[in-house]
Design a protein around this ligand. Structure first.
Ligand code: HSE
Length: 413
């Protein structure tokens, strides 16, 4: 029998305990032995639970219990999670986590400590909730060079955008429902400002390209400035607005990596991904595009990925060679203003004809957009693909003719 400890009894932690009980027979069959939750670490008490006797407030009870072979860290945050994970690995215990903040900040270090101690540090649940993506990336797609990864990586923001667009729900109400459903982070600013998606694209890029990509080097924008006017223009253009995390290897081993809202054409496989669902497109040089789709947040989808890692951990005899990357202490992400992309721009202008001809002169051929009920002084257009800082310069040149209200990238996936 394999005995495990679960650090944290929040949404995911309680889901892990529930799933281990609910599916114990099939889990036993797949693991080759029963898996039993022996300890649960939480500062709160849960006297109403029929497994209340498993709770402890003292991490040392878990660390010093030689029967515990797998520690599941689902507390979130860096501290004290990092110390607990590090100590567990150093004690020769496997660690499974859903903590993307921890993996994005300390992944290289923890993978190295796991290797030194001949155990595994597994984090399938840290990206895409219940969607298998980490294991496919380093196993099933191992024969490919990964040209690009792009995805809807945050369930909460996708849920909010969907509710705003399809039900005209306010941002705040949609966020509140996402919180009630257990999708949002403890501090939902991490969702709506894009930091959660940033951590996830950093994990995917680190794994795909073999070197740690740090969140602080990845330009990140959230969805707080998206309005229903922009949504209407996206529809008239022929698509939808999605929060997209992306990473792409370019020449000289440099990486373009970014998180931002984007216009996505409705024919794209990412455009119709709604609600809490995530979709991750991986472009391999041999496979072409492969798209992973499923529930990106929530109790049991995330617990499913955690428990699958627990099963793998109980069967492993050595550290995975392919689930790894190094910390090169080098920022290989290029300055985002030097990358090339098309933009949707919405602005006001006093003289529309003059503004249109000035825009066409500055940008070359642009596509002017229209929508029902647009105010008389509002103009919207989509540029050609150009270097971001050139777009900025051209808008600067037009500052006496128009005032920019919003600017959203247009991506082609
Ligand atoms: N808050 C995250 C999301 C949870 O909404 O995607 C899953 O990582």
């Amino acid at each position: 029998m394999a005995k495990i400890a679960v650090l944290g009894h929040g949404v995911v932690g309680s889901g892990v305990v529930e799933l281990c009980e609910k599916n114990k027979e099939s889990i036993q069959k797949r693991a080759g032995q029963p898996i039993k939750v022996k300890h649960i670490l939480d500062l709160r008490e849960f006297p109403e639970l029929n497994y209340a006797d498993k709770f402890t407030k003292d991490f040392n009870v878990i660390l010093n219990d030689d029967e515990v072979s797998v520690v599941v860290e689902v507390m979130g945050g860096i501290n004290p999670a990092y110390d607990f994970v590090k100590a567990s690995l150093q004690k020769g215990k496997n660690v499974v986590t859903s903590n993307k903040e921890l993996v994005a900040a300390k992944g290289a270090k923890l993978l190295e400590i796991a290797k030194q101690n001949n155990v595994n540090f597994l984090f399938e649940a840290s990206v895409g909730g219940g969607i298998p993506i980490i294991r496919p990336l380093h196993q099933c797609l191992a024969a490919n060079q990964i040209d690009e990864i792009a995805g809807i990586l945050n369930g909460t923001t996708n849920f909010i955008l969907t509710k705003m667009v399809k039900e005209q729900m306010s941002f705040d109400t949609a966020l509140q429902i996402a919180q009630e459903l257990g999708y949002a982070e403890r501090n939902p600013a991490a969702d709506v400002e894009g930091h959660d998606a940033c951590r996830k694209i950093c994990i995917l890029a680190s794994l795909a390209y073999g070197k740690h990509v740090y969140p602080e080097n990845v330009h990140t924008e959230g969805i707080t400035d998206i309005t229903l006017e922009d949504v209407a223009y996206a529809e008239s253009w022929g698509g939808a607005i999605k929060l997209i995390g992306r990473a792409k290897m370019i020449e000289d081993g440099k990486l373009v990596a970014m998180v931002s809202p984007a216009f996505i054409h409705r024919e794209s496989q990412l455009a119709s991904i709604d609600d809490v669902f995530n979709g991750i497109l991986v472009r391999g040089d041999a496979t072409g595009d492969v798209v992973f789709y499923g529930k990106g947040a929530g109790k049991l989808p995330t617990a499913s990925a955690v428990v699958a890692d627990v099963i793998d951990a109980t069967k492993a005899t050595k550290t995975s060679e392919s689930l790894s990357w190094i910390d090169s202490n080098e920022n290989f992400v290029i300055d985002y203003t030097l990358s090339s992309v098309a933009f949707y721009i919405r602005c006001t202008a006093e003289n529309m004809e003059e503004a249109k001809s000035a825009i066409s002169e500055q940008f070359g051929g642009v596509e002017f957009l229209s929508r029902m009920d647009a105010p008389q002084n509002v103009l919207a257009f989509v540029t050609k693909v150009m270097v971001e800082k050139d777009v900025e310069q051209k808008l600067q040149n037009l500052k006496n003719t128009l005032q920019v209200i919003s600017k959203i990238r247009v991506l082609d996936y």
